[in-house]
Design a protein around this ligand. Structure first.
Ligand SMILES: NC(=O)c1ccc[n+]([C@@H]2O[C@H](COP(=O)([O-])OP(=O)(O)OC[C@H]3O[C@@H](n4cnc5c(N)ncnc54)[C@H](O)[C@@H]3O)[C@@H](O)[C@H]2O)c1
Ligand SMILES: O=c1ccn([C@@H]2O[C@H](COP(=O)(O)OP(=O)(O)O[C@H]3O[C@H](CO)[C@@H](O)[C@H](O)[C@H]3O)[C@@H](O)[C@H]2O)c(=O)[nH]1
Length: 330
């Protein structure tokens, strides 16, 4: 089986490519390098600098390469940016999905594993969150991802396209050897910002809001290690290859940590002081997102190896220490 990884030069996509290569699977990467890095994809892997909304260019890739399955990471994914510029999200994410499915169907490729998100649940009605918890997004990013799930569901009914939506909670960490990791052009994510502060690249971390409806008042998130996360994608590809029905799975650890607890965990993991101060709330942030991933464990056989956030942070720390300037250091 040959896998097309859309967004394979990005943070999670590059870890997916690495895992597929480790398993001796055939891989092709498409990425427009909007937030990804050419250096994150090994030289021997077929790489196309293509925007998935460019229908002809994407169709040419399907024409040139043997593709059996698609993994779709290529999207805009920053919650506060989506609040400020929602149309960017409906264009890149929602409209991008329509073009992608048209091209897949044109080339008779009918299996896709898709990066969905905890952000589709909004302010969830129950915690931990199950796949059956109502999806009521409170930011345009989460809405765009819900729309993408719904578009795939209709494509299944009409054209027999089979899909798995993996609803990630907060992804963190890096490959354990530190050779690839997280490097976004404008970093907004908590763990890299904390570690850039630990390295002295930032003076302090601002913790956004201490008046949320959580035990210590800070936002609570469920942090899942990136290599554990990509493991679930391989299981999902194999699940589809066996002819199973379309499905959705939450991917998290069921352990919620507040922003303050994450700063404290990083101080322990790195041995650095990491100055932190409290700032105002950030737009679009729900109070708490914690996963119930029982279904992924039972149906896919997913068995995440990293349970503690200290261990997850340590893997990111190895990457940041060895690559203080990200992929410029590779
Ligand atoms: N990081 C998280 O915690 C998290 C959580 C839930 C879901 N997700 C989803 O996982 C996916 C990957 O996230 P990430 O953190 O690796 O982000 P990322 O920005 O590092 O990776 C996305 C990649 O897709 C590429 N891309 C974006 N738009 C494209 C387009 N139109 N055509 C071609 N390539 C395009 C970018 O250049 C980048 O390399 C996203 O879909 C995101 O919504 C991430
Ligand atoms: O400098 C910072 C950065 C973040 N936070 C807080 O840290 C938490 C995590 O924020 P961040 O790392 O930006 O992730 P999220 O906004 O939770 O979104 C991530 O996790 C979602 C799933 O929960 C994914 O869908 C998104 O793509 C991904 O960016 C939030 O409570 C933020 O308010 C701070 O307090 N200070």
């Amino acid at each position: 089986m040959s896998t097309l990884v859309l967004g394979g030069a990005g943070y999670i996509g590059s870890h997916m490519v690495d895992l597929l290569l480790t398993q001796h699977r055939d891989v092709v990467v498409v990425d427009n390098l909007a937030t990804g890095h050419r250096q994150a994809v090994p030289a021997g892997v077929p790489f196309y600098e293509v925007d998935i909304r460019d229908k002809q260019a994407l169709s040419d890739v399907f024409g040139q390469e043997k593709i059996d399955q698609v993994v779709h990471f290529a999207a805009s994914s920053i919650v506060p940016e989506s609040m400020a510029d929602p149309l960017k999200y409906f264009d890149n994410n929602t409209a991008g999905m329509i073009t992608l499915l048209e091209v897949m169907l044109e080339h008779d490729v009918k299996q896709i594993v898709f990066s969905s998100t905890a952000a589709t649940y909004g302010e969830p009605e129950e915690s931990p969150i199950k796949e059956t918890t109502p999806q009521k997004p409170i930011n345009p990013y989460g809405l765009s991802k819900l729309q993408m799930e719904q578009i795939m569901a209709w494509a299944d009914k009409a054209y027999d396209l089979k899909w798995v939506a993996l609803r990630y909670f907060n992804v963190a960490g890096a490959k354990a050897d530190g050779s690839i990791g997280e490097d976004h052009p404008t970093e907004t994510h908590l763990v890299p910002i904390i570690l850039q502060t630990a390295l002295g690249e930032r003076d302090e971390i601002i913790m956004y809001g201490d008046d949320y409806q959580t035990p210590d008042g800070f936002n609570v998130r469920d942090y899942v290690q990136v290599m554990d996360l990509v493991d679930a994608h391989v299981l999902a590809l194999d699940y589809l290859a066996k002819g199973n029905a379309s499905n959705q799975f939450n991917l998290g650890t069921a352990n919620g940590y507040s922003v303050k607890e994450m700063v404290e965990a990083a101080r322990e993991a790195t041995g650095q002081p990491i100055p932190a101060k409290i700032g105002p709330r950030r737009a679009g942030d729900p109070d708490s997102l914690v996963a119930d991933s029982t279904k992924a464990r039972e149906v896919l056989g997913w068995a995440p190896k990293y349970e503690s956030v200290q261990e997850i942070i340590k893997t990111a720390w190895t990457w940041h220490q060895t690559h203080p300037n990200g992929y410029q250091d590779r």
